[in-house]
Design a protein around this ligand. Sequence first.
Ligand SMILES: Nc1ncnc2c1ncn2[C@@H]1O[C@H](COP(=O)(O)OP(=O)(O)OP(=O)(O)O)[C@@H](O)[C@H]1O
Ligand SMILES: [Mg+2]
Length: 249
Amino acid sequence: MTDGPALYVDGLSVRFGSLRAIDNLSLLVNRGEIRAIIGPNGAGKTTLLDIVTGKTRPDTGTVLLDGGLDLLAMSEPQIALAGVGRKFQKPSVFEALSVRDNLRLALRAPGRSIFAEMGHRLGAAEEARAEAMLERIGMAGMGARRAGVLSHGEKQWLEIGMLLLQEPRVLLLDEPVAGMSDSETDRTAELVLSLRAPDRAIVVIEHDMSFVERIADVVTVLHEGRTLVEGSMARVQADARVRDVYLGR
Ligand SMILES: Nc1ncnc2c1ncn2[C@@H]1O[C@H](COP(=O)(O)OP(=O)(O)OP(=O)(O)O)[C@@H](O)[C@H]1O
Ligand SMILES: [Mg+2]
């Protein structure tokens, strides 16, 4: 099942009471693409990720992975196993564990408890993957450090590393640079760009427009649960409607 877009969303709607958080939304993200989703607070960006990952059930619509797999018929863990990885805005690493142990945990067999896992020895190949990931996220030499003492940026990179070890085909990042320093934001842009792969789609929600400009192939502007404009960053920035509802504020 490798035909069709990595992520296909059509006619998607969800209401919370009288609020139409997502309103007949359609969206295609291709493999190999880095897509940014921007828009004002409350536009429905996080809600879209909640639906794709199975956390929120829509009222109507279609969400397909790789053009065929019906994500709306699947549970949250099934969707994760099918290759949809998500990073929430707040880092959620295991603070009491070392950086290396956090990465090792990400390699655990699905369904095995963390406690069982702590006593479980990884094979040499898995250990090598964890070490290589330390390097990849720019944290070589920091493996023994307790995750709780890392900077905000380092925690975010570690969590991205943990996600990558699960080899997601669709990677969803919600505000990855919120709260980061300028130099951390720069490094995160480089990291995200390095994650681009022919068989992977990356969807990034962000309010930091210089970051979006650096990483995005295509930008979707969401407003009131609908696509307002979609295209290159230059096109989006030049659009009067986008300036009205978002960029010009
Ligand atoms: N589970 C929920 N129950 C009720 N209302 C919700 C729920 N989730 C989101 N909302 C509402 O839906 C709207 C869209 O919220 P969402 O979090 O998707 O916005 P967003 O685009 O991610 O905004 P931000 O940029 O502030 O993160 C908001 O008005 C929010 O209060
Ligand atoms: Mg949000």
